[in-house]
Design a protein. Structure first.
Length: 449
């Protein structure tokens, strides 16, 4: 298999998975509200999903790092299929917060089998097939594919939801079956040697994974800083991504579900725009932290503006700025993380990073959900936006490390680029830690979901 084939398979799998998943993103909050939950209960159910992901990240990471990334992904598809149908069944049975929370736990388990596994599979397979290009570009263009899939999925989900809010969930379950077949045929572990997995060995494996998460994750200062940044950002984004649905329809003065689908599709386009900006901006400034800092600062201001807008069109425009900044930060942080984590520990560290981000997401959804019920959704955007100010000093500390992984390949020699100022370059797939464990430095060098 060639690197180009690996990339094509990755885009097909990630794109179809995102298409199926995104069918409900524009209508999920409306579906739960129609099922009888209030705004706080909606976010309690969502927070339960996120907490489930945080709880299962390490155990499911064991599967990806032993049995293989392919098996982990296939298990994810099966569980998400069952959980999606479970949501429809819970609504048909009369709903209730407890029942929706139970199904949310199942869905959270399913997504943890996906978290980190596909990325780790991609990077290992590229290295095994002799890829010598830029990871930033692969991730950015992969995000463009998933963004396009999200565009189609959210728009289609909005149209289907205007007929019946359960229809997007049913179509998602059908597409998950197709994803399973595609992955079964094309996703094979390259550059990774599976190991035998036994349930009796799970506690020892979890201990090993936990130790690796600390050594290659938390104890590496740059990884730790990226995780803290994710905690702040996803503390707001996970809530803000769903709170706009009733808020914007209220500003519009209309309850047309298709409008939510259109806005969700615009969010997908804005994310693609952000992905595109990564490659363009990297031509002029070769430090990843430059992109991260600017995107975080703009995102914070726009998030606060969503709450202050008071106008449907202005609020929509500012939310699109928030999501376009997310389109910049996600692939840049992915590339940074993959530069400094050893191949055999990638799935583990990515899952651990997702767990930290999930912790912020749980806190944000419950806290801002309560604020939205007691006061208002606009106030939630203002407070949530102010919360993300904490990202800026964290990214400033990351920048101060001046790590080789902070430099984007391909910019050296370009007029005006940071790399042209003499900063070191680094091989795209060089995963050797800058300071090996035990070197005695507190600056052992470093996602989101």
């Amino acid at each position: 298999m060639t690197p180009q084939q690996v990339i094509r398979n990755y885009r097909a799998i990630a794109g179809l998975y995102t298409l199926s998943a995104s069918l409900i993103w524009g209508v999920n909050t409306l579906f739960l509200l129609e099922a009888g939950l209030d705004i706080l209960e909606v976010f309690i159910a969502n927070a339960t999903f996120t907490a489930s992901m945080a709880l299962f990240e390490i155990p499911t990471g064991v599967v990806a790092d032993t049995v293989g990334r392919r098996v982990s992904f296939l298990v994810s598809v099966v569980i998400v299929f069952a959980g999606t149908l479970g949501y429809v069944a819970a609504s048909a049975a009369g709903g209730g917060l407890f029942l929706f929370c139970a199904v949310s736990v199942l869905l959270g388990l399913g997504y943890t089998f996906y978290s980190g596994a596909v990325e780790a599979w991609l990077v290992d397979a590229l290295k095994a097939t002799g890829f010598d290009g830029q990871l930033d570009r692969v991730f950015a263009r992969g995000s463009m594919v998933t963004g396009a899939a999200m565009l189609v999925g959210t728009l289609g989900g909005g149209v289907l939801g205007s007929l019946n809010l359960a229809f997007p969930f049913l179509l998602r379950a059908l597409l998950m079956m197709i994803v399973f077949g595609l992955a079964w045929r094309t996703m094979h572990d390259l550059g990774f040697t599976p190991r035998t997995f036994r349930f009796s060995a799970l506690p020892a494996e979890m201990q090993s994974v936990g130790r690796a998460s600390m050594i290659y994750g938390w104890q590496k200062r740059s990884v730790r800083l990226l995780m803290i940044a994710s905690f702040f950002q996803w503390g707001f984004l996970s809530w803000g991504f769903y709170a706009w649905q009733p808020y914007f329809l209220d500003l519009l003065g209309h309850d047309a579900v298709w409008v939510a689908g259109v806005i969700a599709a615009l969010i997908a386009l804005s994310t693609i725009a952000g992905n595109t900006l990564v490659e363009r901006l990297a031509r002029y400034c070769g430090r990843r932290t430059t992109l991260l800092l600017w995107a975080a600062a703009i995102q914070t201001g726009a998030a606060i503006g969503v709450g202050l807008a008071g106008s449907f069109w202005l609020a929509v425009a500012l939310l699109l700025v928030v999501t376009s900044c997310m389109g910049v930060t996600v692939p840049v942080k992915q590339a940074y993380l993959h530069q400094v984590v050893p191949s055999e520990k990638r799935a583990t560290v990515i899952s651990f990073a997702s767990m930290i981000g999930g912790g912020g997401s749980v806190a944000g959804q419950v806290g801002l959900g309560y604020l939205a019920r007691v006061h208002s959704i606009p106030l939630g955007y203002i407070v949530g936006g102010l919360f993300t100010l904490g990202v800026l000093p964290v990214l400033g500390s990351l920048r101060a490390l001046s790590e080789p992984a902070d430099v984007i390949i391909g910019t050296a020699g370009r007029k005006g680029s940071c790399a042209a100022q003499g900063l070191p370059s680094v091989t795209s797939l060089d995963t050797t830690p800058a300071n090996p464990p035990g070197a005695g430095s507190h600056e052992m060098r470093s996602l989101d979901s």
